[in-house]
Ligand binder design. Structure first.
Ligand code: DGY
Length: 323
């Protein structure tokens, strides 16, 4: 039987690429150069499946490929805002993603950012490496206590819940959340999480605000100037969701004016570009979209794409179908 032809847009972990080559007639991307829009479009005419990721833009133009050979788009990532799902559906394509396997890694990274910005870890490390440390003193680089503070979670899906668990059970934090699709009262209670009727009410009470909502058109600039102004002046904003959930220009204003105390960001509006003012700020911790970047998680993400594709080509329903 001929193997399905699949095109993978970026390099994947070695063990996953080896399995891809066993199971499929796989075109890998050894150079890891992002594919152009034209190459992505051509891929849909050449292969039975395309395996893109967060850095690709599978838009209506790409999806207008003729003739269309592909039947499956297996996204490497839980967020699938890189894909125009409505156009994919119109063209009869099935779209899958990789939920669950990156929940813990992303929650760990949200806590990394929260702790780093509160305890001035990035600033302290830069200080030491620059040879500027003159020794311990009682008032040197005092940060903000995390234990026992209030964390507001915007979105209490899988990752939001994993952050709540860490914050409440690990750091004795009071956890508030706002989610249009809240979990049951028992589930929330097990996480020590209390619902807030509005985002504004959550912002006003939280010492840390962490974003865990999807990048839908409705959530674009959810954290705008007005909402940032509702946060406490000594509070911090953490974003491991998607860059465009925050109005980056408004955030720069809020941090530079002291409307909020600082931010921890793993995602940006125009990745890999980062607003230069943010780079100049000591009270902002910046990471290059590392949420899922552990060896274990990235391999699990790749194997999850393979699991979905294998089911699809066997005529079964893939478990992570999103369109
Ligand atoms: C995802 O899966 O959506 C992440 O942003 C990639 O780590």
């Amino acid at each position: 039987m001929t193997k399905p032809r699949v095109i993978v847009t970026r390099r994947w972990p070695e063990e996953v690429e080896a399995r891809l080559s066993e199971l499929f007639d796989a075109q890998l991307n050894a150079d890891d150069e992002p594919m152009s829009q034209a190459a992505l479009k051509a891929a849909l005419s050449e292969a039975d499946a395309l395996f893109p990721t967060v850095t690709d833009r599978i838009d209506a133009e790409v999806l207008s490929a003729e003739p269309l050979r592909a039947k499956l788009i297996g996204n490497f990532g839980v967020g699938f805002n890189d894909i125009d799902c409505a156009s994919a559906r119109d063209r009869g394509l099935v779209v899958t993603n990789t939920p669950e396997v990156l929940t813990d890694a992303t929650a760990d990274l949200a806590m990394t950012l929260l702790l780093s910005v509160a305890r001035r870890a990035g600033e302290g490390e830069r200080h030491l490496r620059a040879g500027a440390w003159s020794g311990w003193r009682p008032t040197h680089m005092m940060g903000t206590q995390v234990t026992g503070k209030t964390l507001g979670l915007i979105g209490l899906g899988r990752i939001g819940r994993a952050v709540a668990r860490r914050a409440h059970h690990g750091f004795a934090m009071k956890v508030l959340f706002h989610d249009p699709y809240p979990p049951s009262a028992e589930e929330a209670a097990a996480l020590g999480a209390e619902p807030c009727a509005s985002i504004e009410a959550l912002l006003e009470q939280s010492d840390f605000v962490s974003l865990h909502c999807p990048a839908t058109p409705e959530n674009r600039h959810l954290m705008n100037a007005a909402r940032l102004a509702r946060m406490k002046p000594d509070a911090f904003l953490i974003n491991t969701a998607r860059g465009d959930v925050v109005d980056e220009a408004a955030l720069v204003e809020a941090v530079s004016r002291g409307t909020i105390a600082g931010a921890g960001l793993d995602v940006f509006e125009a990745e890999p570009k980062v607003t230069p003012e943010l780079i100049a700020m000591e009270n902002v911790v910046l990471l290059p979209h590392l949420g899922s970047a552990t060896r274990e998680t990235r391999a699990a993400m790749g194997f999850r794409v393979i699991e979905n594709a294998t089911a699809f080509f066997a005529g079964e329903a893939p478990r992570d179908r999103v369109a």
